[in-house]
Design a protein. Structure first.
Length: 233
């Protein structure tokens, strides 16, 4: 193994809870529009709106709220009430104000690794919201750098690991999303460690790169330090 000097960490659903709040809000949204269609149909329409809007609004709460408003207009054929729109907006504000819930082993793992490696937080989403969550998490001091990006592609990892480390070849990416955290990091030449979360947005699903020499999977962040120690022997 080449010398590992830099470790990137995803944030949402890797270091702290995120998707569960989107699911809870979606359930609330579907109930609001229950008289206009079946739950599965409304959820499907919302997902299609989210797909269409990623290129306009990006990832995060704001784009999700705008997609809910758009879906409400569509499924009611323009008859959605101001009261329902108000509830959608209130639900979005509640998401943005929800206390951060760090995931098991996040703090202890970062603390154990931060003295030996440059740690970089690499996350997608709204700048304001991600900065808020990082500040509330109390994990910020463990990171050498923070990168909040619009998307995660191989060149994203090339650029970030060159800027904050010794290049992608001497870096590792740790995250819950196969599509965003694992596959593009491997393509860039990094190691990648998948830490699955029980709730992962369907648009982040991808095939597991079984057999790839630089790919590893662990059940949670607890075994990460020992895995790295085995790799660098």
């Amino acid at each position: 193994m080449s010398r590992l000097t830099t470790i990137g960490f995803d944030a949402d659903d890797t270091l702290w809870q995120n998707e569960q709040f989107f699911r809870m809000t979606e359930d609330r949204f579907v109930a609001l529009l229950g008289e206009h269609g079946e739950a599965a149909e409304i959820s499907g329409r919302l997902l299609e709106a989210e797909k269409r809007n990623l290129g306009f609004y990006g990832f995060g709460i704001k784009g999700f709220v705008l997609s809910m408003v758009e879906t409400a207009i569509e499924v009611t054929r323009g008859q959605v009430s101001a009261a329902v729109i108000g509830e959608i907006l209130a639900a979005g504000r509640e998401m943005a104000a929800h206390p951060v819930e760090t995931l098991p082993h996040a703090r202890e793992t970062l603390a154990a690794l931060s003295g030996d490696y440059r740690l970089v937080l690499i996350t997608k989403g709204d700048l304001f919201d991600q900065e808020r969550k990082l500040a509330q998490s109390g994990l910020g001091d463990f990171f050498h750098a923070v990168e909040i990006v619009s998307d995660k592609k191989p060149d994203t990892y090339d650029r970030i690991f060159a800027r904050h480390g010794d290049g992608a070849g001497q870096a590792m990416m740790v995250g819950n999303s196969l599509k965003s955290d694992i596959l593009p990091a491997l393509e860039a030449g990094s190691w990648a460690v998948h830490v699955p979360h029980e709730l992962t947005w369907v648009l982040e699903h991808a095939a597991e790169p079984v057999g790839h020499g630089r790919y590893h999977a662990i059940p949670d962040l607890g075994p990460l330090r020992s895995l790295i120690e085995q790799l660098v022997r």
